[in-house]
Design a protein around this ligand. Structure first.
Ligand code: ZN
Length: 322
């Protein structure tokens, strides 16, 4: 399959193709200066793509709703801002999957209560602390001879026991950006995409949209993909650890049977122009789920006034109740 004419943005360097697109400006930086570009050998062609599920009108409405929900603490001019330059871009990425073998060691904490003798009238929290854990939760320690000047009090303690284990899983759906204009963390915030809707790539699928070409070869994202897969395993493991708490968790993950598929994912990219003297606010919309991602500029005095009001109310409530 031969790629359409390749252009590189003269400002940010993103490799772009415009098939059936009316205005050829860079969706990432707005530049209209382009340089011809010869496709590099090690850059792949996309194999699969997630298609846009909605049109620009729906994306625009979602952004207006998102702006409306944030207008309390943002610049007043955002209320009347114009959503301009809304562009649908097929962003290049790699979809990584692998078999992950994990070993881990951890200290699992179990809470138990115990009755202890303390001097009468001593403050709570000054009970004698047990440094040595008990062999079983709930087991009573031999009580010292009760003297006339002590009382009994129930305290909660945590007993730790060592646990080691193995975990074996198939990691899928790790998406790593290979874009020149969209950073890895920006794409991460737009996830998840539903990969059951993945289609085999064809030029007809992306016609009418901007298609960005791969800026990174597969070898350049291998490390990042493995790290993301290991993090996925670790977060799953942390959720399923037994006990009431844990400490000293050490995880070692090795991956096998890796695959790294070049896929295109749909992203609406737009600039919201709210002040003539500021650069437009960049907002991203997941082209499949319509999830909106961006950092609206906060007006700090509004945030501070709100925090002051909350603190004042809390103080008032405390005074009334005490
Ligand atoms: Zn650019």
């Amino acid at each position: 399959m031969s790629a359409p004419a390749q252009l590189a943005c003269g400002q940010c360097g993103a490799a772009l193709a415009f098939v059936g697109v009316r205005t050829a400006t860079c969706p990432y930086c707005g530049s209209s200066s382009f340089l011809p570009r010869t496709p590099a050998d090690e850059r792949p062609d996309p194999r699969f793509a997630v298609a846009f599920a909605s049109d620009a009108k729906v994306a625009r409405q979602e952004v207006m709703r998102w702006l409306g929900a944030r207008r309390l603490f943002t610049d007043r001019t955002l209320r009347t801002a114009q959503v301009e330059d809304l562009r649908g871009v097929y962003v290049p990425a790699y979809l990584y999957s692998a078999v992950a073998r994990t070993t881990y060691t951890v200290q699992i904490g179990e809470r138990y209560t115990e009755t202890v003798d303390v001097p009468i009238g001593s403050r709570p929290g000054t009970e004698p602390s047990d440094v040595m854990p008990l062999p079983w939760p709930g087991k009573r320690r031999r009580k010292p001879k009760p003297g006339p000047a002590t009382e009994q009090r129930v305290v909660t303690r945590t007993e730790y026991r060592a646990l080691r284990g193995r975990h074996f899983t198939y990691v899928t759906d790790v998406l790593v950006s290979a874009s020149g204009g969209l950073a890895r963390h920006e794409l991460a915030r737009l996830q998840p995409y539903d990969y059951r809707q993945l289609r085999r790539f064809s030029p007809a699928l992306v016609a009418g949209f901007v298609q960005e070409d791969y800026s990174l070869a597969a070898s350049a994202v291998e490390q990042a993909s493995r790290a993301a897969a290991a993090e996925q395993v670790a977060s799953k493991l942390r959720r399923f650890l037994p006990g009431d708490s844990y400490s000293d968790l050490e995880i070692r993950t090795q991956t096998q049977w890796e695959s790294l598929d070049p896929v295109l994912v749909p992203v609406w990219i737009l600039g919201v122009r709210y002040r003539a003297d500021r650069p437009p606010l960049r907002v991203l919309v997941n082209g499949q789920t319509n999830v909106v991602v961006g950092r609206p500029p906060l007006v700090w005095w509004k945030v501070l006034v709100a925090l002051g009001l909350v603190a004042g109310l809390a103080l008032l409530t405390w005074r009334v109740l005490s």
